[in-house]
Design a protein around this ligand. Structure first.
Ligand code: S3P
Length: 175
C-alpha cells in the first residue's frame, strides 16, 4: 500500500513526501515533477496545450506511479477533482489530506508564478479553488492532517504517526 499526500497548492505535500521518504527509507514520487520530466514545464503545458491536456498527463502519471507499492506519492492540488484519479489513488493506498488555511497558503504563494490556476489575483483564485475543492478533499481523504502553524518536520512527524499506527507502508496492495 502507498501513502498519498494531497491538498491545496503550497500545503507542503512535496516537502512532506521528501521528509517521509527519508524517515522510512522508501522512494517518493511527486506527480508534478513526473509530468515535468515527461512533458516539460507545467505553466508552459497550460499555456500551449491547455488544462485538459495537463489533466490527461496527470492521470497517466497517477496510473503509472500507483502501480508501485510501499512508496510515498504527492499529487498535484487538482488531482482529487477528477473521479478517475480518486479511484486509482484509493485503490493504491491511503490518502492523507494536508489541510491548510488559505491565509497560510497565500503567505507562501504570494509572488509565485509557477501555478497557472493561481495567476492574476492569487488571493481570490486561491479562495475560489479552496471553496470548490475543500469538500472533495475531505470526502476523499482517509486521514486529515491540519498543518497550520506547524513546521515541515512537525507535519512529517504527524504523518509518520498515522503511517505507523495504520501500518500503511507495510500492508499489501489494497484490492
Ligand atoms: C494544480 C496544482 C499544481 C499543479 C498544477 C495544477 C491545481 O500542483 O499540479 O499547477 O490544479 O491545483 P501543486 O498542488 O503541487 O501546486
Amino acid at each position: 500500500m502507498n501513502v498519498i499526500l494531497a491538498g491545496m497548492p503550497a500545503s507542503g505535500k512535496s516537502t512532506a513526501a521528501k521528509n517521509l521518504s527519508n524517515i522510512f527509507s522508501v522512494p517518493y514520487f511527486d506527480t508534478d515533477a513526473e509530468i515535468e520530466l515527461r512533458h516539460g514545464n507545467i505553466a508552459k503545458i497550460f499555456e500551449t496545450l491547455g488544462e485538459e491536456k495537463f489533466r490527461q498527463f496527470e492521470t497517466e502519471v497517477i496510473e503509472e506511479v500507483c502501480k508501485k507499492n510501499g512508496v510515498i506519492i504527492s499529487v498535484g492540488g487538482g488531482s482529487l477533482t477528477v473521479d478517475k484519479n480518486v479511484k486509482i489513488l484509493k485503490n493504491s493506498g491511503k490518502i492523507i489530506y494536508l489541510k491548510t488555511q488559505t491565509q497560510t497558503l497565500y503567505s507562501r504563494l504570494a509572488g509565485d508564478k509557477s501555478r497557472p490556476l493561481l495567476s492574476g489575483d492569487t488571493k481570490q483564485n486561491l479562495l475560489n479553488l479552496y471553496e470548490k475543492r475543500a469538500a472533495q478533499y475531505e470526502g476523499c481523504a482517509d486521514f486529515t492532517v491540519s498543518t497550520d502553524g506547524l513546521s515541515a518536520d512537525e507535519v512529517a512527524n504527524k504523518i509518520k504517526e498515522i503511517i505507523i499506527q495504520n501500518d500503511i507502508l507495510n500492508s499489501g496492495t489494497k484490492e
